[in-house]
Design a protein around this ligand. Structure first.
Ligand code: PEP
Length: 260
């Protein structure tokens, strides 16, 4: 299957607002660390709640087997912005990835204009941006394809070609998020969306530059559907929510991806 520009697959764990204590977070990390050591073809990025990030990261020492990412960033670099997290804070902690435009943030009012400010900020700061896109629902007329292409174009407004190697697009149909493997998109659908997203990128930039963008799938990736999706979905990896908090299952997922 296709791999990212460094020729590796990518698995991003989005822990969202979990777990409730840092001790539980350490428990998960302890187990995942053992599997991470064995990965040869897979880049693993964990995006914990930002309050835990520093301690978790420090606990791993200099090991680069687990990379860390933030779940969000504010679009202003400095200033009085209560509750927000700046790009420099993320960078200074040594976190190399930032999730931008997750549907759970878009629902709170984050529109494509805000998303594009954040994407540009992340990429211009030489960090890796994980841009989440995805339709709420599908109709037989296929309107969602226009929605997706507009979402990509608007979210990437102002992005320079030279930064595309640091961009990951996470296609996450909202109707498939937070459910079970049975409700997820099947590998055929994932493959089609991969081709469609590549075409939109090609029209927006050019063929060579768009090839540098890694495209991953998110939305109820569980142990049960991992193999089918990675073998037949033609994707560069996954963004995984709830199943990434179950360390035993998540480790098995990582092994499947690494072997594919
Ligand atoms: C997500 O919200 O990014 C996600 C992929 O969640 P889940 O795996 O729980 O569907």
């Amino acid at each position: 299957m296709a791999k990212d520009s460094q020729n590796k697959k990518i698995v991003v764990a989005n822990w969202k607002m979990s777990p409730e204590t840092i001790d539980e977070a350490f428990e998960i990390l302890k187990k995942v660390k053992e599997t991470a050591k064995t990965l040869k073809n897979t880049k693993l990025v964990i995006c914990p709640p930002s309050l835990y990030a520093n301690e978790l990261k420090e606990s791993l020492g200099k090991s680069k087997k687990i990379l860390f990412g933030a779940q969000n960033v504010f679009y202003e670099e400095k200033g009085a912005h209560t509750g927000e997290i700046s790009i420099d804070m993320i960078k200074n902690l040594g976190m190399g990835y930032v999730i931008v435009g997750h549907s759970e943030r878009r629902i709170l009012g984050e529109d494509d204009n805000i998303v594009s400010k954040k994407i540009n900020l992340v990429l211009n700061s030489k960090l890796n941006a994980i841009l989440c896109i995805g339709e709420k629902e599908r109709s037989e007329e296929g309107d969602f394809l226009l929605f997706i292409s507009e979402q990509i174009k608007n979210s990437l407004h102002g992005v320079e070609k030279k930064y595309l190697k640091n961009l990951i697009i996470a296609y996450e149909p909202i109707w498939a998020i937070g459910k079970t493997a049975e409700d997820a998109m099947d590998s055929r659908g994932v493959h089609q969306m991969h081709l469609f997203i590549k075409k939109v990128l090609k029209d927006l930039f050019d063929e060579k530059s768009s090839e540098k963008v890694a495209i991953i799938y998110g939305g109820s990736v569980e142990l049960e559907n991992t193999e089918e999706l990675i073998e037949n979905g033609n994707i560069n990896g996954f963004l995984i929510g709830h199943e990434s908090l179950n360390a035993d299952k998540f480790c098995k997922i990582l092994k499947i991806v690494d072997k594919s």
